[in-house]
Ligand binder design. Structure first.
Ligand code: HEM
Length: 149
């Protein structure tokens, strides 16, 4: 007589909660996003670049950026999108704009948080800025600049 096949047992365990990348709360992230984009909108060079794409849909962008930063800093897994495609499609984006962006980000983070927290967030932001810069401007002859290291 043929042996009965062993039953297939599937065990689904809950995912382990991941340790946040930085000690920061969702409310603090919301504050960072609000303040950063308020600063950006007043920025003489970056303001118009953002406005050209986001006029009338800023609320949607801010919500998306909250999800993005909660995913990056708290590993909440809420963000899905195509940042490389979106930034590569901005017609007037120049290499130096990433320097201005990172400077503004550093300034906003330093104004809001304790030095350790501001530094930790800034390192992560700069790492992402570097990968966006490389996706847009990088070639074998054009490596990421030192200010994005
Ligand atoms: C060089 C300066 C930058 C400019 C001018 C810029 C501008 C923009 C604009 C206009 C959008 C909206 C695009 C669209 O909806 O079509 C956008 C989206 C976004 N940006 Fe930037 N950005 C810059 C740098 C960065 C950096 C450094 C980061 C991350 C650290 C970042 C993260 C994002 C993300 C996550 C989105 C949403 C993409 C999506 O899922 O639709 N940006 N940015």
């Amino acid at each position: 007589m043929a042996e009965k096949p062993a039953p297939i047992v599937i065990t689904a365990r809950p995912a382990q909660p991941r340790t946040p990348a930085v000690e920061i709360s969702p409310d603090e992230i919301s504050l960072l996003v609000d303040r950063f984009y308020a600063d950006i909108r007043r920025h003489p060079r970056l303001g118009p670049l953002f406005e050209a794409r986001l006029a009338g849909i800023w609320d949607m962008h801010l919500e998306r950026m909250n999800r993005f930063w909660r995913s990056v800093l708290l590993h909440s897994g809420e963000y899905s999108g195509q940042p490389v495609v979106k930034h590569n499609a901005l017609p007037d984006l120049e290499e130096e704009d990433f320097r201005l962006w990172t400077q503004q980000f550093e300034q906003t983070a330093a104004a809001l948080f304790a030095p350790d927290t501001a530094a930790a967030i800034t390192v992560i932001a700069r790492r992402i800025a570097r990968s966006l810069w490389l996706a847009r401007f990088g070639t074998p002859f054009n490596q990421a600049p030192d200010w994005l290291a």
